[in-house]
Design a protein around this ligand. Sequence first.
Ligand SMILES: Cc1ncc(COP(=O)(O)O)c(C=O)c1O
Length: 407
Amino acid sequence: MTGISKRAGELLEAEMLDEYLIEQQTRRHDAYHPSDNPDGYISLCVAENKLVWDLLEDKLASSRDIDHHVIGYDEMFGSSRFRQRVARFLSRTFIGHAVDPDHLVMAAGAGTILETVFYAIADAGEGVLVPTPSYAGFWLDLEARDGLNIVPMHTESSAGFELTTGHLDTALEGADRPIRALLFTTPNNPLGTVYSADEVRLVLDWCEANQIHAVIDEIYALSVFGDRDFVSASTFPMGDFVHIVWAFSKDFAVSGLRCGVLYTQNEQIRAFAQTVAYWQAVSGDTQHVLGELIADTAWVDGFIAENQRRLGAAYHATTEALDEIEVAYIPSSAGFFLVADFRTFLEEPTWEAESHLWRRFLEEANVNLTPGSSLRCGEPGFFRICFASQPSPVAIEGIKRVGALLG
Ligand SMILES: Cc1ncc(COP(=O)(O)O)c(C=O)c1O
């Protein structure tokens, strides 16, 4: 590596993207089309919602009538007008109380917010507990630039991947470095689990008892389609050690618009996030569009309800297709995905066999699923299927191809 700093070189050399994402980037240009490209690539590995563009298209277009104040400098962590609108939206939808706009910091996506919060919470080399299976991007957000070490807590399939205080205690006691925080995701990616009030409380109480931060990723809060209502960690007293992360990316299906939100009552963490927002601000234009979107409360309520209905329908179509090919799955009730159990199709219960099966799905069926190794699953053989990342007929075609391959 010539002409660049040691730290930039180290970052470039780290394997930032998992293999499934590298394949996604090259193959997505050859996407499946029923008549034009029937053997084309079917991506079921990225957590995006492609089911609601028709609901968004006109609304986004009509929100683009920008005023001149939008194109000048403003508060880099979110203009006060935008923060007021987001505060009202959050308290009206899934946060359990009135939100002070001054307790919000915006930046370019939830990943950016996570990187920022963890930079403020812990020093390089310190540890963060993350239950697994998990969203793969956390490793990038916490380890790549912040230099933290994630201490994974593998939950077991035999117990429905349930997280217990036993997992938390064992991980904390066994850690070879100071643990500064727990990163907990509800609704869970990849499991689609919506945690109950008791489960959320248990996590918060445990963090409080052990004096570590609780960073709660609630990015799928409004993408719930099962019977259980979402309960935000903000329903409980937050104090200085509970921080909530959300973004427009998932619940509004606009992952490319890059707007993440940090909600924390910790003044110092907020001050830090406000300061570094200068390097990672959400553009004035995007703030304007999203602000207009959420100010129309009738539209928001209709959108959320219809989105949830469509997610539920896509989930049921997917599980029916999995039943057809006799592949088991963990029931999901939120998000854009479920975890399917391919253990019986592995040649042997090893990571090599899982990788081999994933490669076969890709090479022989031209279907990309997220392998359990990328989800840091504790046992080989589980794959995430992102059923909302394609219209349902395409997702079903992908599952049929997988079924044909498995015989
Ligand atoms: C649980 C979770 N957190 C954070 C992110 C990152 O979101 P963003 O695109 O807003 O950075 C994702 C994206 O898949 C996610 O699933």
